[in-house]
Design a protein around this ligand. Structure first.
Ligand SMILES: [Fe+2]
Length: 365
């Protein structure tokens, strides 16, 4: 095979196509390489590099990389090809601060970091689409499903919590000597009532469920008790319903904040939370049904434990014997957070109750 002026361009394209499998994992590298090859092709008069330049332009505009997008535009102009109009007139849509999603002083999420993550997200999705030969109909169904989720109150946080939040938790809270963290879930409400001793979580007169007396201590890593530490506690009813999210429940039902005593100890009364199914009527439930998966979470109590000078601990406590411990729909259960409950009887009233205990260990901020 011989290569003329057009052929050399084709040869370069073929060489890059051979490297595509590697570069496909790095969309930025692939498009950058295409732009450079197109630039050389243009300079050498090898033929028509416009297609690759247009693809690279679209890519870098999508990433908000205006510098390289601008280079693509000028190269296209030099090639005598019409330069595509800027998409949507917004070539830099990726500054989260502009969307009020990231605090102004956040150092972790710079634009460069956002660009890198966003690019990887898009690249991964593009690879999945190609691998599974996703059809236009499937793409449309996915779009409608996402739209539906976005229109359904807490479905998007629920969806993300079920499938992604445990991974975020694992990565950000690697073992550090303290109590293991656990996902917050979508049902936290700030500013729950500050309780007075003896602590009882706010509940209805006829709140269903076995009485639970939960106690323990809040400690530093060296075992020093932490007096005045705050425990922010919330859990579902025996029907798996959270106040402030389920109509008909009193405000702050089974939600409250309390502080530890001088010896770092705490004790509160509530009812034993039952396993429950996460909401099944929304987009997340539909997806789980389509996957043939159940929607159960094991019973659990959520805690946020805070103390000045220590890192905020967000975690959950589970109970031995729960049938869903091994197949939590959220995949969030950690063995160190599972406790046993002991049957006891009140000395004064002879009423039976269950007792649970857990010492939370905080790590320095
Ligand atoms: Fe929960």
């Amino acid at each position: 095979m011989s290569f003329g002026r057009e052929g050399r361009w084709e040869e370069a394209a073929a060489a890059f196509a051979r490297a595509d499998e590697t570069m496909a994992k790095f969309a930025w590298m692939r498009q950058h390489a295409r732009r450079l090859v197109a630039e050389v092709a243009l300079a050498e008069g090898w033929g028509e590099p416009a297609r690759w330049l247009r693809e690279a332009l679209a890519f870098f505009e999508g990433c908000g990389n205006e510098r390289i997008a601008s280079a693509c535009r000028s190269l296209l102009a030099r090639s005598g090809t019409a330069v595509p109009r800027r998409r949507g007139g917004a070539s830099v849509p990726l500054d989260l601060r502009a969307l009020n999603l990231v605090h102004e002083r956040s150092e972790k999420m710079s634009n460069a970091r956002l660009e890198a993550i966003f690019t990887d997200v898009v690249t991964s999705l593009q690879r999945i689409i190609a691998e599974h030969q996703v059809t236009s109909d499937e793409y449309r169904v996915a779009t409608e499903w996402l739209t539906e989720a976005g229109n359904q109150g807490y479905e998007i946080p629920l969806l993300l919590d079920v499938f992604l939040s445990p991974t975020v938790d694992d990565i950000n809270f690697a073992e550090n000597g303290g109590t293991e963290s656990n996902v917050e879930g979508p049902f936290y409400v700030a500013e729950a009532p500050l309780l007075s001793r003896p602590y009882v979580l706010p509940q209805r007169d006829d709140e269903p469920g076995d009485i639970l007396v939960f106690s323990g201590r809040v400690l530093a890593g060296d075992g020093t008790p932490l007096p005045g530490a705050m425990l922010d506690i919330w859990h579902a009813t025996s029907n798996g319903e959270y106040s402030r999210f389920q109509p008909g429940l009193p405000d702050y039902n089974l939600r409250g904040r309390l502080s530890t005593d001088e010896d770092g100890s705490y004790e509160f009364r509530t009812v034993v939370p039952s396993p429950y199914e996460i909401p099944k009527t929304g987009a997340t439930g539909k997806l789980l049904a389509g996957l043939g998966r159940h929607a159960f979470r094991p019973g659990h109590i959520h805690f946020k434990v805070s103390c000045q000078g220590f890192r905020l601990l967000t975690t959950q406590i589970y109970f031995e014997g729960d049938p869903w411990l091994g197949s939590d729909v959220a995949g969030a259960v950690k063995p160190s957070l599972v406790i046993s409950l002991e049957k006891r009887e009140s000395a004064s009233t002879q009423l039976p109750y269950l007792a649970g205990s857990y010492d939370f260990v905080l790590t320095p901020a």
